[in-house]
Structures are given as structure tokens and as C-alpha cells.
Design a protein around this ligand. Structure first.
Ligand code: TYM
Length: 342
């Protein structure tokens, strides 16, 4: 039997941070052995807000290198760049034409990002979730491993597939059962790490777009910088660390990070640190973060010193992804009634 298909991606906008790793990529690594996995660097998404053309290609390569450095194995997974597979843009257009505008206007991330951009907000930013739906639906993904913040976008992808394509353009078999055009995907959101919060404000998620670099730890931060950021992280006046106290989001977040980064799990982390003051806890957390990132950073440096290897991985990924994507695109074109090219 075919293994269930998985697709996910990260935008190449600056360096990946602990939220991207613990909320998404860590989960991808675990799925590789049992699933048919596709991981793309979603560069077309990265231009939905103003971007620097001198930085885009470099960020795309470094993001791909970080996937591999985090443990994505190109012998097990298809790793590719979204813009290298033209079908993403084309399916996005086809889906645009069946997606109601008001579905997009109510997307929380659009509303949050649009406020920051005022009059300059692009059509692309509004359309971001439709492109994301195209990414997923092209590969017939069963599962999409993401952080909590992507749940609404996943629901939209499901609604587009089911309500706007399958129920309108699907055919029926002899028994009257619907033959779907597109597979309806399921989100896969881990219990732990799905919402890593900012170091400077435990009520906001860690994000690449926060202007304060002290709010996030990136996967390539050197040990001294990691230690400095953790030292400066927001705390509260209460003694001891705990989970789940809504009055103490920073304690919950930093203890959760310690549980994941040390590999000890929540129970042991709580038993070890529950009675500690912040001054004792923070160096422990810094050490756990430095040690967890050390092998990732070493592998990253090796990968970047051999650009030919990385390019070959992405070329191979492009070929495999194009084949899978074009099959779905043809099915959608046919279902929508386009004249096939002679
Ligand atoms: P991006 O680049 O914003 O985030 C990439 C992944 O990281 C997760 N994430 C977090 N998880 C936990 N805590 C955080 N603070 C945190 N910040 C980010 C995100 O949930 C995501 O899983 N729209 C997607 C990119 C995308 C995509 C796709 C994903 C485009 N097409 C198709 C899956 C399938 C995004 O948020 O990228």
C-alpha cells in the first residue's frame, strides 16, 4: 500500500527560528521513515510582503540547507523550491477563480499583516492562503505538519478542495459515489512546540517579522548570542517555573522550550526546574539551546561549503515534484473543462 503523503514548507524570509524548528521541521523529520514526504521552500510566498531581491536566492538556499541540517534526508524526502515547479502558480490561479473573496478577507494572518502595511498591502498577501492551498493540493497530501498559526489556512485549503472543486467538478462512479478531483488534507499539529512564544513577550508568538531580534533565537545564532538573548528574555517576579498558568506566559514558554531542547520532556523538566529561580534556570536553558543547535549548525556549515550538492538535491527535488504536481494539475484542468493542448 502507498505510504500516506506529507507536504509542508517554510518561507525563506530571514533565518529560521526555534518556532519553525520545534513547531514544524522537527515533526517533518520524524515522518520521513513512514510517509512519502515533500518539503518545499516557499519562495513565492516570501514576496507577498516587500522583499529584497538581492537576498531572496540566498535565503532560499540557506532555508533548503537548514532543512537538511535539521535532519531532512534527500534520500527519503523530496526537497524542492516552490518557484521551480510552475504548477504551483497555475493551480493557484485556477483555485483563485473558485474561492470567494470573503473567505480570504477573514484570514487572521492577512488581517494582522495588512494592518502593518496600510495602503501598500498587495493582492498577493490576500491570495497567500490560496497559493498555500495549491501547494498542498497539488501533491495530494494526506497530512500537513505545521504550527498552530497555520490551522486556519489548512481549513481553507480543505474547504476549497471539498466545497469548491470536488463537489462542483468531481464526477460520480456507477454507484453514485463522488470521485474527488483533489485529496482533502488533514492538518497535523503537535501538542508541544506548536506555538513557541516570543522571548520578549510571552503573549506573542516567536516570529521572523518581529523587528526586535532579541525576541527570537534563530537556528544559526552563535552560542554567545543565544546565551545573551536568553539572559535578556522577559521574566516575571515569581519564584519557580511552571506550566499552564495564564498569568505567567513566559514561565510556560521558557520551561516548554527547555523540555523540548533538552529532550527531557515536560514532566522531568518540571521536576527539575519547578522550584528554581530565573537566575538558576536561564543558564540551564541557554546551555540546552546551544547544545541542541550545535549539530544543526555544524551540518549547516558543511552543506554550505558544498553548493554543488545542495543544487543537485534541489534539481532532483524539482524533477520529482514537477512530475507529481503536473499529474494533479492535468486532472484539475480536465475537470474544469479546459481544451487540452494539441
Ligand atoms: P512560515 O515560514 O511562517 O512558518 C513555517 C512553519 O513554522 C511554523 N511556525 C511556528 N510554530 C511554532 N511556533 C511558532 N512561533 C511558529 N512560527 C512559525 C508555522 O506554523 C509553519 O508550519 N504559510 C506557511 C508556509 C507554507 C506552507 C505551505 C506550509 C506555504 N505553503 C504548504 C505548509 C504547507 C508558513 O507559515 O510559513
Amino acid at each position: 500500500m502507498a505510504r500516506p503523503r506529507v507536504l509542508s514548507g517554510v518561507q525563506p524570509t530571514g533565518c529560521l527560528h526555534l518556532g519553525n524548528w520545534l513547531g514544524a521541521i522537527r515533526n517533518w523529520v520524524d515522518l520521513q521513515a513512514s510517509h512519502d514526504t515533500f518539503f518545499c521552500v516557499v519562495d513565492l510566498h516570501a514576496i507577498t510582503v516587500p522583499h529584497n531581491p538581492e537576498q531572496l536566492a540566498e535565503d532560499t538556499l540557506s532555508t533548503a540547507a537548514l532543512y537538511l541540517a535539521c535532519g531532512i534526508d534527500p534520500n527519503q524526502s523530496t526537497v524542492f523550491v516552490q518557484s521551480h515547479v510552475a504548477a504551483h502558480s497555475e493551480l493557484c490561479w485556477l483555485l483563485n477563480c473558485v474561492t470567494p473573496l470573503n473567505w480570504l478577507e477573514r484570514m487572521i494572518q492577512f488581517k494582522e499583516k495588512a494592518v502593518k502595511q496600510g495602503d501598500q498591502v498587495s493582492v498577493g498577501l490576500l491570495d497567500y492562503p490560496v497559493l498555500m492551498a495549491a501547494d498542498i493540493l497539488l501533491y495530494g497530501a494526506d497530512l500537513v505538519p505545521v504550527g498552530e498559526d497555520q490551522k486556519q489556512h489548512l481549513e481553507l485549503a480543505r474547504d476549497i478542495a471539498q466545497q469548491r472543486i470536488n463537489s462542483r467538478f468531481g464526477s460520480k462512479d456507477a454507484a453514485g459515489e463522488e470521485i474527488p478531483v483533489l485529496k482533502v488534507p488533514q492538518p497535523m499539529i503537535l501538542k508541544e512546540g506548536a506555538r513557541v512564544m516570543s522571548l520578549t513577550d510571552g503573549a506573542n508568538k516567536m516570529s521572523k517579522s518581529d523587528p526586535n531580534e532579541g525576541s527570537r533565537i534563530t537556528l544559526l545564532d552563535p552560542p554567545e548570542l543565544i546565551t545573551k538573548k536568553i539572559k535578556r528574555a522577559k521574566t516575571d517576579p515569581t519564584m519557580g517555573l511552571e506550566f499552564g498558568n495564564p498569568e505567567r506566559p513566559e514561565a510556560d514558554n521558557l520551561l516548554g522550550l527547555y523540555a523540548l531542547l533538552s529532550g527531557k520532556g515536560r514532566q522531568s523538566a518540571l521536576a527539575e526546574c519547578g522550584a528554581m529561580g530565573w537566575g538558576t534556570f536561564k543558564p540551564l536553558l541557554a546551555e540546552a539551546a546551544v547544545e541542541a543547535l550545535r549539530p544543526v549548525q555544524e551540518r549547516y556549515r558543511d552543506l554550505r561549503s558544498d553548493p554543488g550538492h545542495l543544487q543537485a538535491v534541489l534539481k532532483d527535488g524539482q524533477i520529482k515534484a514537477t512530475e507529481a504536481a503536473n499529474a494533479t494539475l492535468s486532472a484539475v484542468r480536465q475537470a474544469l473543462g479546459f481544451l487540452p493542448a494539441a
